[in-house]
Structure formats: C-alpha cells, structure tokens
Design a protein around this ligand. Structure first.
Ligand SMILES: NC(=O)c1ccc[n+]([C@@H]2O[C@H](COP(=O)([O-])OP(=O)(O)OC[C@H]3O[C@@H](n4cnc5c(N)ncnc54)[C@H](O)[C@@H]3O)[C@@H](O)[C@H]2O)c1
Length: 334
C-alpha cells in the first residue's frame, strides 16, 4: 500500500495532536511542519519545519492539515487548492459563511479533495448515537438538546464561543438528523470578550425538528452532552463520561390521541464498540479517501460551510433579537 506524505500547518493545541497522530500511523509519513512561531517549530526536532508556504507546496504532499487560527484558514486553503494538494481543514472551516463557501468552491474548481476536522463526530458515544439514530430503531426524531461548557482555553482569540464550540453541535445535529439548519433564534453575552463567552440558541432543522444549544467557556468544569428525544425515548451521549444512555419511553397510553407517551422505563447504558481516538479515526478516514476507498465518514467542505453559515446566522439572530434564516446555499445532506 502507498505511504502518504503529509504535513501540518499550525502547531498549537490541535496541530500538535494532528502531528503526533500522523507520526504514529502506519501508511503515513509526516514529512513537514509549519508555524510562524519558532518555539512551536522547535518542539518537533525530528521533522523538517517550514515558514515558507511555497517550499512546503513543493514537497509532493498527499495531504496537508490546516490547524492555524480559523481566521487564517482561507489563505492556506486557497493556496493548497491552487497547488492541487488535498487538505484536512480544522473546524470552523472559516469564520464567515462567505469565506467558507469560497474555500469549498476553490477545492471543487481544482478537483482536489478536502474535508473539515469536525472530530466530535468520531467520539465513541457520538458515533454510536449516529448508528442508533440512522438505524431507524428509535423511531421519529423529536428534538435535540446540546450542552458544551468548560473553562476558557486562553488560545482562541479570533472568534467567540459560538464559532469555536457551539459550531461542533450545529454540525453534529445536522449530521445526526440528516437535515440542514433553516433558521435560528439566539442570545449571547460578552463577559470577558472580545467576542461572546456564552451562547444559547434554538435552531429549526428542515422538516421542523428543534435543536436547543448552549455553549460557554465560563464554566470551571467540562460538560459535553448531546441529548436526543425520539419516539422510543431519550438518548444521551456524554463525551466527558464516554457514555451513551437510553431512557426508553414506556408504551403507556396517554390521554392525547396519537401521542405515544413519555413515561420512563429503566435506563440502559449502551455498550460502545472499541474505537480509536477521534483524531486517529479522522486520519484513517483521510488515508482511506486518498487511497480511493471512498470519503464516507469525513465531513465535506459543503457541510462545513453550511455549519459556519448556520452559526453566523446564530450570531446575527443574537445581535438583532430576531429569528434569522440561514442563507439558502446548502449541501445535499444524505
Ligand atoms: N477539532 C477539534 O477538536 C479542535 C480542537 C481545538 C482546536 N481546533 C481548531 O484548530 C485551530 C487551531 O486551534 P488551536 O486551539 O490549536 O490554537 P492554538 O493557538 O493552540 O494554535 C494555533 C497555532 O497556529 C500558529 N499560527 C498562527 N497564525 C499562523 C499563520 N498565519 N501561519 C502559520 N501558523 C500560524 C500559532 O503560532 C499556533 O502555534 C482552530 O481553527 C480551532 O478551532 C479544533
């Protein structure tokens, strides 16, 4: 099997995880790293490091990870697309819907493959939650409730908590439901700034399913849950605890005709299959895609752009106090 030549641009928190993951994977060579900060480059003495993008582009790369701050993704993405180098671009793909769609179109125009690093899809409880929902065994989807809280990392300086954290849940819900976000109402608050530190939103997916989201980085502990109400009860994926729980609805009849009832049965913890760490899964999928084995499991640029557009609409909704429609340019979700 061909060994893929890879590189990582941006060697902060995310770039370091990508670099370590790539360096440890069979079938992949990590041939180059890039960062503006000499101290970050010096942390990887065994891999050639670069500042000059042109030099990096001459290395005959099979793919390149972009893990710089979100506001700088576009400049690297457009250069990689123009050079025909496939890319894995960290989330959010860009800080605005327009920039995100420009990136998507640049790769489409170049005929070069690229994907977005929405790694939360590869957390074991979330992967299993998707399998449960997509199997159809849990009946009709009623609503989503997501909560993503923790302390501020001190690293993210170019976007607020909506584009940094809540964007994960906008992506997860669209993927789990198989529907894009159509409109959003939201409130945000700037406490330490310069952008919002806490955000609460309700989105309406195509077909009418509601998703209630809360994200903040003002909480001293980490909380990450995705809760899905279905006709068969509530599924809760907790990616801090690493669990997926099902609270079934009993078949108790209700006074309301056609409503199946929501009396609680016994909760059950769903066993999770063994799974590699999210970044490893992501690079296994990239390797498979670039070896011609299909792009299943990866997040397309169009999906990433639609997620940014929905999150941008959330910020508009919060700023205006009005329900905001997500612009129509949507990907064809399965
Ligand atoms: N998928 C995930 O779970 C996940 C987790 C964390 C961060 N991220 C994403 O990864 C990206 C980086 O976040 P981070 O937390 O690693 O930030 P970070 O601040 O830790 O790292 C950013 C790095 O990029 C370098 N850099 C800045 N501007 C540059 C430029 N123009 N060219 C080259 N290098 C440059 C900095 O020196 C720094 O080393 C963001 O888009 C973030 O949203 C994703």
């Amino acid at each position: 099997m061909k060994t893929l030549r890879t590189a990582v641009i941006g060697l902060g928190w995310a770039g370091t995880v990508h670099a370590r993951t790539l360096a440890s994977m069979p079938g992949i060579d990590l041939v180059a790293l890039a960062d503006l900060d000499p101290a970050k480059r010096a942390a990887f003495p065994k891999v050639p490091t670069f500042v000059d993008l042109e030099a990096l582009l001459r290395l005959n790369l099979d793919y390149c990870v972009i893990a710089t701050p979100s506001a700088t993704h576009e400049q690297y993405a457009l250069a990689l697309a123009a050079a025909g180098v496939p890319a894995l671009i960290e989330k959010p793909i860009a800080p605005s819907g327009e920039a995100a769609w420009r990136i998507s179109e640049a790769f489409a125009h170049a005929g070069t493959f690229a994907a977005v690093g929405h790694t939360e899809r590869h957390q074991a409880p979330v992967t299993e939650l998707a399998r449960c929902l997509h199997s159809g065994d849990f009946g009709e989807l009623w609503q989503f409730t997501t909560r993503r809280q923790g302390p501020y990392s001190g690293r993210i300086l170019d976007v607020g908590v909506a584009l940094d954290l809540l964007v994960h849940d906008v992506d997860l819900v669209s993927w789990l439901a198989g529907q894009p976000v159509e409109s959003v109402t939201a409130s945000t608050r700037v406490l330490a700034g310069p952008y919002e530190d806490t955000a609460t939103a309700t989105t309406v997916l195509r077909g009418g399913v509601l998703a209630h989201h809360h994200a903040d980085w003002i909480t001293p502990f980490k909380h990450r849950t995705i809760q899905v109400h279905t006709t068969a009860g509530v599924l809760t994926a907790d990616t801090v605890a690493g669990t997926l729980t099902h609270h079934p609805n009993t078949a108790a009849p209700t006074a309301v005709a056609g409503f199946p009832g929501v009396l609680a049965g016994d909760a059950r913890v769903i066993e999770l299959p063994e799974q590699e760490a999210p970044f490893t899964v992501e690079h296994q999928l990239m390797r498979d895609a670039l070896l011609g084995q299909g792009t299943r499991g990866l997040v397309s640029l169009a999906e990433g752009a639609a997620t940014v557009a929905a999150t941008e609409a959330l910020l508009t909704a919060a700023a205006t106090g009005r329900s905001t429609t997500v612009p129509a340019r949507q990907p064809a979700l399965a």
